[in-house]
Design a binder for this molecule. Structure first.
Ligand code: 2PG
Ligand code: MG
Length: 431
């Protein structure tokens, strides 16, 4: 293989459709040696305000969510700028995309345009090397299967605000390997559905495929989740624990939080107290965005007050940004960062956040968005970068299962070399 085989020959984007039936961007990057890479960009619903900009057309079509401009940017300006570049120098390629856009948040070309090309190029390089993407990214060290974080009930912005909390998820610190973690999740998901059906609290599925919960209180959701773990035959907190995404930015601003379900308003300290009570009463091992994205002080107070074992994750709060992570670390806020490539718009910037996290002693979780597709790039990032955790929302619907099934294939392919992040992924089980 010649070096020039990795040079980009052509770039093409098209509009495809995501799991909510909304338009999104798919890009293909072809290399001189004949290899082709393809990637599709996901989309969030509960977004952080400091995320890179997802370019939507506005206007009447598809609720203003069309992506014709982003597609045109890939096929025009971006293609002209990157054809001829070496795709296997991801940092240089992404630097070109960043410079071409010229804004701090991809506001001109759209993070959906730049990320589609950034990811498709990585796939093309892997194809040219004859390797799966995780191995192309991580080489011989890429053997760590992530701890899956899987939604059992959806809420918040993903379920018409039926309950305030957005994601009621489980993790399986007691599982011996990735495949077993999925088996256990399948049992808990089924038991949760059965419990809810029996109580008349099942109203279909939410945006990510978790059950749509018709509960009267947020606590009732937590109690039901513990019941489902027990009914599936697992020890809550030891074999199977709870992970929550509070997504507090969705119901609070400037330190005032409005819990719609329970008709009460709390200040930051009130919310901190409530969440810490839940963490005591229920086997919660991980909690994401406990406070709003604008409440850095609340985040720091929560982190100080929480038990050391608790994983505290910044999503809307940190938006996969290395700079925001450094600020949070200086303030002692959170101990884990969610990594969503479309919050930044290139693989390199997402990777920089992970590098910063490791340097600062933070953990990370690679995460899907609520609007997804069959694209499995994030699975390969989690394994190729050895991140140790992966959040994909629910154990139903093929845009989710495509990710879990891809990780199963990789675990099988790695065979005896496969390692599982296990309880160590988030600092151990309950203590
Ligand atoms: C989140 C994600 C996934 P969204 O908040 O972590 O659950 O949701 O993609 O809507 O931001
Ligand atoms: Mg979140």
């Amino acid at each position: 293989m010649k070096d020039s085989d990795f040079d980009i020959r052509s770039v093409h984007a098209r509009r495809v459709w995501d799991s909510r039936g909304r338009p999104t961007v798919e890009a293909e990057v072809a290399l001189h040696g004949g290899a082709l890479g393809r990637a599709i960009v996901p989309a969030g619903a509960s977004k952080g305000t400091r995320e890179a900009l997802e370019l939507r057309d506005g206007g009447a079509a598809f609720g203003g969510l069309d992506v014709r401009q982003a597609v045109a940017h890939v096929n025009g300006e971006i293609a002209r700028a990157v054809v001829g570049l070496a795709a296997d120098d991801q940092a240089a390629l992404d630097a070109r995309l960043i410079a071409l856009d010229g804004t701090p948040n991809k506001a001109r070309l759209g993070a959906n345009a730049t990320l589609a090309v950034s990811m498709a190029a990585a796939h093309a390089v892997a194809a040219a090397r004859g390797l799966p993407l995780y191995a192309s990214l991580g080489g011989a060290d890429a053997t760590l299967l992530p701890m899956p974080q899987i939604q059992i009930f959806g809420g918040g912005a993903h379920a018409g605000r039926r309950v305030d909390i957005q994601d009621f998820m489980i993790v399986c610190p007691g599982a011996a390997n990735f495949a077993q973690a999925l088996e256990w999740t399948a049992e808990v998901y089924a038991q949760a559905g059965a419990l809810m059906r029996a109580r008349g609290a099942l109203a279909g599925v939410a945006d990510e495929g978790g059950w749509w919960p018709a509960f009267d209180t947020n606590e009732e959701a937590l109690e039901t989740l513990v019941g489902a773990i027990e009914n599936a035959g697992f020890v809550p907190g030891e074999q199977v624990g709870i992970a929550l995404d509070i997504a507090a930015s969705d119901f609070g601003r400037e330190g005032r939080y409005r819990l719609g379900l329970e008709q009460r308003e709390l200040d930051s300290d009130g919310l901190i107290e409530l969440l810490l009570r839940w963490c005591e009463r229920f086997p919660v091992l991980s909690i994401e965005d406990p406070l709003g994205e604008d409440d850095a002080q609340g985040f720091a107070r929560f982190t100080r007050a929480a038990p050391r074992r608790l994983q505290i994750v910044g999503d809307d709060f940190l938006v996969s940004s290395a700079d925001l992570l450094r600020e949070a670390a200086a303030a002692g806020a959170a101990n884990t960062v969610l990594l969503k490539p479309n919050q930044r718009g290139t693989l390199t910037e997402t990777r920089q956040c992970w590098d910063a996290a490791r340097a600062l002693g933070y953990r990370a979780i690679v995460s899907a968005r609520s609007g997804e597709t069959e694209d499995t790039t994030i699975v390969h990032l989690a394994i190729g970068w050895q991140v140790g955790q992966l959040k994909v929302g629910s154990f139903a619907r093929s845009e989710r299962m495509a990710k879990w099934n891809e990780a199963l294939r990789i675990e099988e392919r790695l065979g005896a070399r496969a390692r599982f992040a296990g309880a160590a992924a988030f600092g151990g089980g309950r203590s």
